[in-house]
Design a protein around this ligand. Structure first.
Ligand SMILES: Nc1nc2c(c(=O)[nH]1)N[C@H]1C(S)=C(S)[C@@H](COP(=O)(O)OP(=O)(O)OC[C@H]3O[C@@H](n4cnc5c(=O)[nH]c(N)nc54)[C@H](O)[C@@H]3O)O[C@H]1N2
Ligand SMILES: Nc1nc2c(c(=O)[nH]1)N[C@H]1C(S)=C(S)[C@@H](COP(=O)(O)OP(=O)(O)OC[C@H]3O[C@@H](n4cnc5c(=O)[nH]c(N)nc54)[C@H](O)[C@@H]3O)O[C@H]1N2
Ligand SMILES: [Mo]
Length: 655
């Protein structure tokens, strides 16, 4: 049985399902005609505390704009609206044909985290698992950091937002939380106000957080391993390492110490581009302000050696005697097993998500089903992906709420429903609070939920095993209830806010059961037990960093806030050397492509570095992400967006 439909009422509590740290508790306002008129942060949610970001606050506009209203089928260059039944028939027929002629490997499920609900984001994969189709490794966002930190800690969960208020020091390391996780930033500011918590920001860009911090350290992008090792060396040399904790709770200290001593402070400073006094200041704060919180950003690890950056940083709190004194993501930190939602023992082919353009270019994939992602905008090699998907050789089906760049080149577009139009449950990845997502408004379009789409296809393909027809809410009840700390499944269905059981902070799922400072199993992955401080390798004149911005979730919300500003920030010295006209256009280019942009000249970016929002499309239709490197990181297979090297020159108008 599904949870009861809410009575029509003017305010309805729900939860944001976007892929974001904060998973806000929301209150939606609906008028007498059932129209969504306002979305606000829930005052009674312990982390959201009444404040939400411009995205949820713009949902009452976005839900009515740029929507895919009904299924659309393209052929011979024209687009036809079709009924849901007809669309499902066409999809099932195509799928059947490809499966029969080429096997499941020729079908790709290209899904991602547009909606993090368990139903919209996971349950529907039962069908694709049953069919055994090809899928991606989901390594785009944070996988490399997970693999890196996991070498030392086992699971990678750590601190929660509410821990910050009681910490004496909070270090945001390559983590622009004021924008990407505003409630985590607010918790740190509360700590500062109430207990004098010190705040450190480590970022090559002078962000708003850098300006607000007590100490801002500006490493060279990719220089963080050297910086973290230098900090650890100083902590050890100054007798600040917690030797009791280290001997009881960890393995590998000797080996770590030897590696630390291999690199002098001066050498480390040359690699990371930070002055020795700043490294000493950072180590001084770490050594004297205990307990601390080390908040490791995802942006920092989208780098050539991102996995090493994340894991090197994660070892600092270990030396200081803290059990998991860091935060990266708590997605594996709840005491329950959701594997049964969609997993089935079947073998299937996995392809690299960051390198998808190359994979599609190789041929072999005949049908791609895209859901909850806009790969033409967001994946590295975006232009190659656009070519492959729009080129005609592949039958492309897109299930999305909105008309995205990807939907525009699909053969079949199926309308999806937003999180405000369907029921679901989201498991957060920073804080432990869960609450049901009821249906806040009636569907605005002829959209199908992910579960309806799965069922419609399964029926047509004759897949009617109990695995395929099981009631999703019974599955959720069975899997989620054991993880609820302070209530029952019935309480959750009744709309209560509950807390998830957190895994023990002092348990390490490593071979030794301890925190492994120099894990031997790194060698099996062809890696060093202790990360090496590599000198970032230049591949062009400028390194182009890209960040999340406050009003957009990746490519979303342009229908509310307008196109994402295609403006690239450049250091004044670089701009002068290249005679850049501040009012003119510039061209960024590398062997993969070019991108035309406006400029902002500011010393918020260091020499040799460019910064912009993401993901962009320029006035010529070029995609920013065509310039991003596609070869995945060696450890963890992650993306390397922040290792994008380009040349830059003034735009020449031809003619
Ligand atoms: N508003 C908003 N919030 C979001 C999202 C969104 O799209 N919009 N997306 C969500 C998702 S999916 C993600 S993954 C997160 C991302 O959240 P964050 O990781 O906070 O975001 P980024 O902006 O990618 O990167 C953070 C910072 O890392 C810095 N950085 C880049 N390279 C390096 C380096 O080598 N060393 C160091 N020390 N710093 C470096 C950048 O300058 C940037 O300020 O945000 C989530 N929250
Ligand atoms: N240059 C650069 N590019 C980057 C990054 C970077 O650092 N630099 N970071 C990357 C990161 S961290 C990430 S996580 C990716 C994100 O990449 P994507 O996941 O592709 O990001 P979005 O543009 O948010 O696309 C999500 C899509 O899901 C749709 N959607 C929302 N709700 C639902 C629903 O309920 N059902 C269905 N079917 N669809 C829904 C939205 O309308 C949207 O089109 O981008 C990456 N791209
Ligand atoms: Mo992400």
């Amino acid at each position: 049985m599904g949870p009861m439909e809410k009575q029509a009422s003017n305010t309805i509590a729900t939860v944001c399902t976007r892929d974001c740290y904060d998973t806000c508790g929301l209150v939606a306002g609906v008028d007498d005609n059932g129209r969504l008129v306002k979305v606000q942060g829930d005052v009674n949610h312990p982390v959201t505390a009444g404040l939400t970001c411009p995205r949820a606050a713009g949902d009452h506009l976005r839900v009515y704009r740029n929507r895919v209203e009904q299924p659309v089928l393209s052929f011979g260059g024209s687009r036809q609206p079709v009924s849901r039944e007809k669309a499902l028939d066409v999809f099932a027929d195509r799928l059947q044909q490809v499966l029969a002629r080429h096997g499941p490997e020729a079908v790709l499920l290209l899904d991602y985290s547009g909606n993090c609900g368990l139903l919209a984001g996971t349950f529907y994969k039962r069908l694709w698992n049953e069919l055994g189709v090809t899928r991606t490794d989901h390594a785009l966002c944070n996988r490399s950091g997970k693999i890196g930190i996991g070498l030392h800690y086992g699971r990678i969960y750590g601190l929660q937002p509410e821990d910050l208020a009681s910490r004496r020091l909070v270090v945001f390391w390559g983590f622009n939380a004021a924008v990407s996780a505003p409630h985590i930033w607010i918790k740190a500011l509360e700590g500062r106000r109430q207990n004098g918590t010190g705040i450190v920001v480590i970022d090559p860009i002078e962000t708003g957080m850098a300006q607000a911090a007590d100490l801002w350290i500006r490493p060279r992008p990719g220089g963080d391993v050297a910086l973290a090792l230098a900090v650890m060396r100083l902590l050890v040399e100054n007798g600040r390492a917690d030797s009791d904790f280290v001997s009881r709770r960890t393995t590998g200290f000797r080996q770590l110490q030897n590696s630390l001593m291999d690199h002098s402070l001066d050498d480390a400073c040359k690699v990371c581009g930070v002055a020795p006094e700043s490294v000493e200041a950072l180590a001084g704060l770490y050594g004297s302000l205990l307990p601390s919180a080390t908040m490791i950003g995802i942006g920092m690890q989208k780098n050539d050696y991102g996995a090493d950056q994340a894991r090197a940083v994660s070892l600092i709190p270990a030396l200081l005697g803290m059990e998991r004194g860091f935060f990266y993501t708590n997605s594996d930190g709840w005491d329950m097993d959701l594997g049964g939602l969609a997993q089935k023992e079947s073998s299937f082919r996995t392809v690299s998500q960051p390198d998808l353009g190359r994979v599609l270019g190789q041929g072999g994939i005949r049908l791609v089903f895209i859901t909850g992602t806009n790969p033409v905008a967001t994946l590295p090699g975006a232009g190659s992906i656009r070519e492959a998907l729009c080129g005609g050789g592949i039958f492309t089906v897109v299930h999305d709420t909105h008309w995205t760049l990807t939907a525009r080149c699909a053969d079949l577009v199926l309308p999806a429903l937003t999180y405000l139009e369907k029921e679901d449950l989201v498991i957060p990845w920073s804080h432990p609070y869960v609450r049901l997502n009821p249906r806040v408004i009636r569907p605005v379009t002829a959209g199908l939920t992910e579960v309806e789409l799965m069922a419609g296809l399964a029926g047509r393909l004759g897949r009617s095993s109990s695995w395929m027809t099981e009631d999703p809410w019974q599955v959720l009840a069975r899997l989620v209830e054991p993880g609820l700390a302070d209530g029952t499944w019935q309480d959750l269905l009744a709309g209560k806010l509950l807390r998830l059981r957190s895994r023990d902070r002092d348990s390490y799922q490593t071979p030794s059961g301890k925190l492994e400072l120099a894990p031997a199993r790194a060698r099996r992955l062809g890696w060093e037990p202790v990360p090496l401080p590599r000198v970032p390798e230049a591949g062009g004149r400028f390194r182009w960093l890209t960040s999340a911005t406050a009003r957009y979730t990746h490519s979303q919300f342009q229908e509310v806030y307008g196109a994402i500003a295609d403006r690239v920030t450049i250091n004044p010295g670089d701009a002068a050397a290249l005679k850049i006209d501040p009012a003119g256009l510039v061209v960024l280019s590398n062997r993969r492509g070019r991108f035309v942009a406006r400029v902002a000249i500011s010393d918020k970016v260091p020499p040799g570095v460019l910064w912009s929002a993401r993901p962009l499309q320029d006035c010529e239709g070029n995609l920013q992400n065509q310039l991003a490197p596609t070869a995945p990181q060696a450890l963890g297979g992650g993306s390397r967006f922040n290792s994008t090297w380009v040349e830059l020159e003034p735009y020449q108008t031809s003619g």
